[in-house]
Design a protein around this ligand. Structure first.
Ligand code: CUA
Length: 204
């Protein structure tokens, strides 16, 4: 009997279970349970699966909070779009907006300090992918995701949108800086900022 054709007997479900069928059900069940318990296991022992908080928020309220941080802590701007680079105090709440097709603003964080990173979208689904770290966070409109993060390595990181969000998706890239204590800020390279930036290997 094939599953394309109707069963030969109308009441087919009270026949005894075939041994092969039972074996496959058992294998599938054990595998499901293994995967289920691996999720908390990875979270606790594998440093994967972020623990986040999520709150409902409107785009207006979220952009207002972000704007307040930008007004207080901008240290310089980058590119011809004059994207603010923000250096909030160590340990504070930091905000990033995802929208078609830009990340805003650019954050400059201090190595070894814990921050509460807030992420929300102004329009559609985006995804916060931090390169070269293997970190992926879905950014959802109407929700504010909060992630407690502690950068452990100084350097220039790239933020890439990892969720297809339309014709400009591939241009939705930005930077994130992690600096050593006492470094970075306004005195770093604001004077010679012309939109060109070197990466860690010294290439432009
Ligand atoms: Cu935003 Cu893709």
């Amino acid at each position: 009997m094939s599953s394309i054709l109707p069963p030969s007997t109308r009441v087919w479900w009270n026949q005894p279970l075939d041994r092969v069928e039972g074996t496959w059900i058992a294998i599938a069940l054990i595998w499901c349970l293994a995967m289920f318990f691996m999720m908390p296991y990875w979270h606790i022992f594998g440093k994967q699966n972020l623990s986040n908080e999520a709150y409902r928020i409107t785009a207006e309220a979220y952009s207002k909070k972000t704007q307040e941080m930008v007004d207080k802590f901008t240290v310089r701007t980058e590119t011809e779009l004059k994207v603010p680079v923000v250096r909030p105090p160590a340990g504070s709440d930091v905000y990033m907006i995802a929208r078609l097709w830009q990340w805003w603003p650019i954050l400059e964080l201090e190595k070894g300090q814990a921050y509460r990173l807030h992420l929300s979208s102004m329009d559609y689904m985006h995804s916060f992918s931090l390169q070269p770290e293997n970190l992926n966070i879905q950014v959802v409109p109407g929700y504010e995701g909060v992630y407690t993060i502690t950068p452990t390595r100084a350097g220039k990181y790239s933020v890439v949108c990892n969720e297809f969000c339309g014709i400009g998706h591939h241009t939705m890239v930005s930077n994130l800086y992690v600096v050593e204590k006492g470094q970075g800020g306004a005195g770093d390279d604001s004077g010679k900022d012309n939109g060109e930036h070197k990466n860690e290997r010294g290439e432009k």
